[in-house]
Design a protein around this ligand. Sequence first.
Ligand code: 13P
Length: 250
Amino acid sequence: MRKLYIAGNWKMNKTPSEAASFAKELAEKASDAKVKVMIAPTFVCLPDVVKAVKGTNVIVAAQNVNDHKSGAYTGEVSADMLKDIGVNTVILGHSERRQYYGETDEFINAKVLFALESGMDIVLCVGETLEERESGALEDVLKRQVSVGLSGVSAENMKKITIAYEPVWAIGTGKTATPADAEASHAFIRGVVKDIYGSDVAENTIIQYGGSVKPANVKELMAQPDIDGALVGGASLTLEQFLPIIHCVD
Ligand code: 13P
């Protein structure tokens, strides 16, 4: 039985002081949550947010990490630095990183492998653009993103990987994939994982849905058999919206 995993990707929002007070209140109000809860603030917010949720069930993740141990990589942050401040989870391959910063599947894979070697848990994001969907390339794109993104990852390490399916056209647009469309993509992704790793790994892999998730649509999405959680953007920035999403299975 897969436990629901609800994550908030704050993207480039909230100052450190705003992030810390929000995180503290969230942790108090989510203490009885039946789901796994994660928030991903920006790098500069991480130390304060880690302190704010210490001893609670809220996981703090980074939104990116470099694929080297240390060295001359101006502007980058390493896995060791994150782990040193108590951050052991990272989101990789988000469509905004792919789209605006040119991250390829191969580059994302290098980060996945390095983050795993560093002992981190990963949320690996995949998802098609509207153009790819409309041209009939949906399955090819998902298969490539999943198989290249996970290339070289052992079956054992799949315990540390969550996949987030985020159709690019549904991110920040208010357009959610219908529960049936989302389920079809999730089932397809699970099939790709099964082809690579077999049924046991596929059945235990958490696949989150992301793209305009809100209190009004979360229950129907989470009721789909292959949707195991959500990666929430805009609606994770206010307690009014994020708490009902976290409590969607109460
Ligand atoms: P929205 O929920 O704002 O559509 O963002 C989804 C997302 O990109 C989460 O990573």
